[in-house]
Design a protein. Sequence first.
Lengths: 285, 285
Amino acid sequence: MLDYPALAAVAEIIRSGSFEGAAAALRVTPSAISQRVRALEDRMGTVLIDRGPPVAATAQGLRLAAHLDQVRLLESGLALSQDRPVLRLAVNADSLASWAMPALAAAPGLLDLTIDDQDHALDWLKGGRVVAALTSDSRAVTGCDSLRLGILRYRAVASPGFVARHFPNGVTAESLALAPSLCFDAKDALQTRWVQALTGRRVVLPMHRIPTAHGFAAAARLGIGWGMNPEPMIRDDLDGGRLIDLAPGLPLDVPLFWQFSRITAPALAPLTQAIMKAARAALLP
Amino acid sequence: MLDYPALAAVAEIIRSGSFEGAAAALRVTPSAISQRVRALEDRMGTVLIDRGPPVAATAQGLRLAAHLDQVRLLESGLALSQDRPVLRLAVNADSLASWAMPALAAAPGLLDLTIDDQDHALDWLKGGRVVAALTSDSRAVTGCDSLRLGILRYRAVASPGFVARHFPNGVTAESLALAPSLCFDAKDALQTRWVQALTGRRVVLPMHRIPTAHGFAAAARLGIGWGMNPEPMIRDDLDGGRLIDLAPGLPLDVPLFWQFSRITAPALAPLTQAIMKAARAALLP
């Protein structure tokens, strides 16, 4: 059996960023924290905390902290434990910004959200760094269940002024090659995919990079660029004429999935139900 | 003199994530891209692109790409160049969410924003990875000018239901030790600082981690936790009674700075002026 008080020390050091912070949280002395960690490291034959500065977890330390969270989550299902479990979740930015936040209020514990940059969510799930992921990635992960939540529909939008300036003769491969587009990050291929669907060509787009969902939508409203926005986030702007749909007949549909570790599924059930319910209300089937 | 066409190839590979993407963007063949990069690597005696998979920049490759951006930015000041310069900026999340986005529309080129997690903005500025940073960090950076923009005022807020449930007898060190708080990320010390100012004690707070500015404010509105929110983001919620100020006499004031590389200052001038103007309107002096 692992030494759980020592694991708790490691987890608190990671959480608070210092031995003193962990000592305060666990109501012991910093030297007690230090001893516990060293004893655990000796026993496991590996360094768990890089003493820095800055103090930081090693990959092994992170894995143990995530394991402790899972054990606490399982304990919470026994209704015997005093500790509030921490739920490490990966969530894709557009879902968090447009429909998922109210459902997360049903989480049985403290939320620890990481913004899913798509490529990483499933790796985190595999490695045990998160217990569940709200993601557009449908690949199966060993030991995890996957529920299809529905479709988040994206629309290519820009401000009226932007359309008048950059697309006076329509949205074509030629005008798109010159008009600044928006992208969320280097992995955001939605704009390029949509342009290919529209024009049948791969067009190299001039791009602003705006790595927050609300900043991205605001940049479209301000006429900084055109971009693919989730319909629930911009419906009012379309209705109010602040944004124009560049091709109403050509949305881009992105299916979303809730993937979660099977072992913690019973403890996660209230959250899973809330996510399913919110998805039914907000997403397309 | 550096081989700038080769540098452009390196920068496009980093931007697009592939040799093919770079070839398409620069309208040459992938093998021409490959040759240029190899020749530059041979000349510099260092690897610039890790061929992967996935294809990624080395630290040296990133440095060269950032240098190219700066040269393009300088060229844009000559009004001779056809290339749209890329402006790599670090911006703190709360400023982006609350007041800074309209000012960024004045940027003379394509925006490439990185969310400043405070600790890193100045390192990025020092290393040349960004040309300017909107940050709460006031330390001086060699080769950079720093303008004080004003104060972003934070208020400790929660929903009426949350206040009734967790603070029926007032906001005290004891009730704060049990009531779930919100934090943005591991480095967000605003809640702890405010609690210390209020109670005179260091209290270990149970924390939800919500790493987006709008998600953070939404979590407060939904009664998930209490947290420090920028006043410009939640003024309507306070006026409308959706959020309650836990201690109206005790806001937390965070001064903000615009730090930018002196060499690119003339090219950045329109953006600097727009930032200063927006800050005067939105921030406290």
